[in-house]
Ligand binder design. Structure first.
Ligand code: HEC
Length: 255
């Protein structure tokens, strides 16, 4: 179960490798900006690079559950799928945070919850005046626990599905299918892409690698280097993966 979860996570996180031309595109991002752009935003000081001071233990997650039910579920949904009732009316849909929280860094998540989406004109409220710092970390710990399958959602009465890894998996399979149908990639490239993905996921599960001070995205080159070092993957396979990944981004097939 956990393996499937991580697999689907990393499938989406590959949409998030930074490319140089995208950094610094914060201004002018309106309701149409994609989650991918948001994930590539430059994290401002004092948030950049910070590490959560609140351990994700059972107590913190339990506190976070209540904070989330009261403050977040109406938009992000009980399960963190981005499908709460209030969220439906927003131009930029609430993020699928059960999932994105698995790959984004502590600093990014803490920044977004503290400052909200005011800089990019979205409906995400700023919580720094409303919640204590510790409460924000508790909520982040809870959201991450939701997405990793460690806890089941509490019912807020605002709706929302339980986190479903299959949903993401299907989404990503169809992305690869589109790329194939559009002849952007060959069958061989598609197969390699999936193979490298799986190796990445397995390695992360086996070594219990999770997003923290660094996003999974930032850790990815290191993980690939290790996989080549131990002989699980060849450099050629990794290069092909990165090439396809970039192509999917360029063609707008990944978001
Ligand atoms: C009024 C609706 C609303 C509420 C309430 C709300 N959010 Fe959001 N949230 C959004 C929207 C819309 C986005 C997507 C746009 C953005 O990132 O600014 C978002 C984005 C986020 C992100 C960034 C995720 C990503 O992948 O980039 C995080 C983290 C987040 N919310 C956490 C929370 C937490 C935790 C709470 C409660 C303390 C909360 N939100 C309450 C609407 C809401």
């Amino acid at each position: 179960m956990k393996k499937i979860l991580i697999l689907t996570l990393t499938l989406i996180l590959t949409a998030c490798s930074p490319t140089s031309e995208e950094s610094g595109h914060m201004s002018g991002m309106g309701p149409n900006s994609t989650i991918r752009n948001m994930h590539h935003a430059e994290i401002p000081a004092p948030y950049d690079g910070i590490q959560s001071p609140v351990e994700a233990d059972a107590e913190s997650i339990e506190r976070g559950k209540e904070i989330y039910r009261i403050n977040c579920a109406e938009c992000h949904g009980d399960g963190g799928m981005g499908d709460g009732q209030t969220g439906e009316q927003l131009n930029t849909p609430p993020a699928f945070i059960a999932h994105t929280s698995q790959m984004m860094s502590d600093g990014y998540l803490f920044w977004r919850v503290n400052e909200g989406g005011t800089d990019i004109d979205t409906g995400m409220p700023a919580f720094k005046e409303k919640l204590e710092e510790e409460e924000i970390w508790d909520a982040i710990n809870y959201v991450r626990a939701l997405g990793s399958g460690e806890v089941m959602p509490a019912e807020s009465g605002m709706g929302g599905e339980i986190y479903d890894p299959e949903f993401e998996r299907a989404h990503h399979q169809s992305m690869i299918d589109d790329a194939l149908a559009g002849k952007y990639i060959t069958q061989e490239q598609a197969d390699n892409f999936m193979l490298v993905h799986e190796a990445l996921n397995d390695y992360m599960v086996e070594n219990d690698i999770r997003a923290g001070a660094k996003s999974v995205d930032e850790m990815q080159p290191e993980i690939f280097a290790a996989l080549v070092e131990i002989g699980t993957l060849t450099q050629g396979e990794v290069d092909s993966f990165n090439e396809v990944h970039q192509l999917l981004l360029d063609e707008g097939l990944m978001q």
